[in-house]
Design a protein around this ligand. Structure first.
Ligand code: ATP
Length: 355
């Protein structure tokens, strides 16, 4: 298991981790919007996709291949299902890591029906030979199936029905250009704004039969790190709290109390995030400090700090990665209610953050 996967696994266990955990998988199907109209936010991608799909429908053809990039939990799987639904087509779901041999991909491709949507999650993690087979399949709707080995091996061409590939990746930059170029449309999914997440929370509460006030939804939305999956997960934990400790209604107060129990603060930071900031501010005066030293101080693996905690802290403008080490921003001091020391306030010292 790579450091990346390990960190991803850790993330899945966190209440604010963006990767899906077992409970998410069980309830997500019920919470997924079924068409573009119902899909909240992502205005640009939604409008662009709407045009692509309408045009394909008007031509009576199959939609172009679509690449969706963006962090986990932003709705890539949901959008792929919507694409299939809008095209009135069935969908087949698989992922890059599940396709280790070109033969695995050939088996899937050869069983597709005309117009079917093939959703390939984590497309950047496919094996090289499978990737090369995919180039031809995407462009010419044809694959060469190699039979036999060594000098006697022969390639048997196999015609495929036209299909739509929807590829999803957290890192579009990792895709080889020949693969990227074969997608007719690329949609980049952004993190959601709090009002959009508020709508996600209210919609999900409706589907789960949970009563939520506008303030309650806003409180959960503000702690959801721009991610619908996290918003839905926090909603379920707040619902539990509301059922056990109050009258079942999710208000601002129940949300605040429940998320205090789960150690998710008003900005969506959890125990690990705060431990990193605390160490950086209290032990190292705001930095700069090296990643290894910081990790030892927190009692976590280097990879956990770097891949699980830091990306969100950087995104939130609380921590900066500089050539000299990790540095806290003035916002970090403010968030933890601490006063930056005048002379050694991390970036303030060298004017990185304007003193
Ligand atoms: N725009 C949206 N409106 C409402 N709910 C959404 C939206 N986007 C995502 N969700 C909800 O968030 C959950 C996670 O979405 P989804 O599984 O599509 O994310 P993903 O990007 O495919 O994640 P991963 O990369 O981990 O596979 C789903 O339950 C879905 O209901």
């Amino acid at each position: 298991m790579s450091a990346n996967e390990q960190a991803g696994g850790e993330a899945a266990e966190r209440l604010v981790g963006a990767a899906a955990d077992g409970e998410d998988l069980a309830v997500e199907a019920a919470l997924r919007p079924k068409d573009l109209e119902e899909f909240i936010g992502q205005t640009r991608v939604r409008e662009q996709l709407d045009l692509v799909l309408r045009a394909a429908r008007a031509r009576g053809g199959t939609a172009d291949h679509v690449l969706l990039s963006g962090s986990p939990g932003l709705g890539k799987t949901t959008l792929s299902m919507i694409i299939a639904a809008e095209m009135g087509a069935p969908i087949r779901i698989t992922s890059g890591p599940a396709i280790q041999h070109a033969g695995d991909l050939a088996a899937i491709l050869s069983s597709l029906t005309e117009g079917e949507v093939l959703f390939l999650d984590e497309i950047h993690r496919m094996s090289r030979p499978a990737e090369e087979m995919l180039y031809m399949a995407m462009e010419d709707f044809r694959v060469d199936v190699v039979v036999g080995k060594g000098p006697g091996a022969t390639a048997i061409p196999l015609e495929l029905p036209p299909f739509t590939l929807v590829g999803a990746t957290t890192r579009a930059g990792l895709l080889p250009p020949p693969l990227r170029d074969r997608f007719g449309f690329t949609g980049h999914m952004e993190f959601y704004e709090p009002p959009e997440l508020e709508r996600v929370v209210r919609r999900s509460a409706g589907l789960l039969g949970v009563e939520v006030t506008a303030e309650g939804a806003a409180e959960i939305a503000g702690r959801s790190r721009g991610t619908p999956r996290i918003a839905n997960r926090l909603l379920r934990r707040v619902r539990d709290y509301a059922q056990v400790r109050s009258d079942g209604v999710v208000t601002r107060e129940t949300a605040t109390r429940a998320l205090a129990v789960y150690e998710v603060d008003e900005r969506g930071l959890d125990r690990l995030d705060r431990a990193v900031l605390n160490a950086l501010l209290k032990l190292f005066g705001g930095g700069p400090v090296g990643l290894s030293t910081l990790s030892v101080a927190v009692g976590e693996e280097r990879e956990t700090v770097e891949e699980v905690a830091e990306p969100f802290l950087v995104r939130e403008g609380l921590l900066a990665r500089t050539p000299r080490g990790r540095v806290a921003t003035p916002a970090a001091w403010h968030h933890l209610g601490l006063q930056p020391p005048r002379s050694s306030a991390g970036g303030g010292q060298d004017g990185l953050f304007g003193g």
